[in-house]
Design a protein around this ligand. Sequence first.
Ligand SMILES: [Zn+2]
Length: 90
Amino acid sequence: MVGREVSPADHQHKEIREVLKRLVAVGWTLRKEGHWGRLYCTCAEGCLTIPVPGTAKNPGRTARNLARRAKLCPLPEGDPRRAPGGGVVV
Ligand SMILES: [Zn+2]
């Protein structure tokens, strides 16, 4: 991991702030990296990272894409946050 942690509240788009807040609340880490930031999943190994753009033409769609990609993190078997069929529920 590189970069300092950043707050979801620092994002300029409300829709993206809300999805970032939900992910950070379930354990994702948000760090300053690239154009704006990068999300790191909840696994110890960090199986998944998601780049977060600082600006978006369509913030609602970008927010939905972030949430959808976050579901690709499988989480360990038996993790209470694991959704049926895999992925974290956000
Ligand atoms: Zn993961």
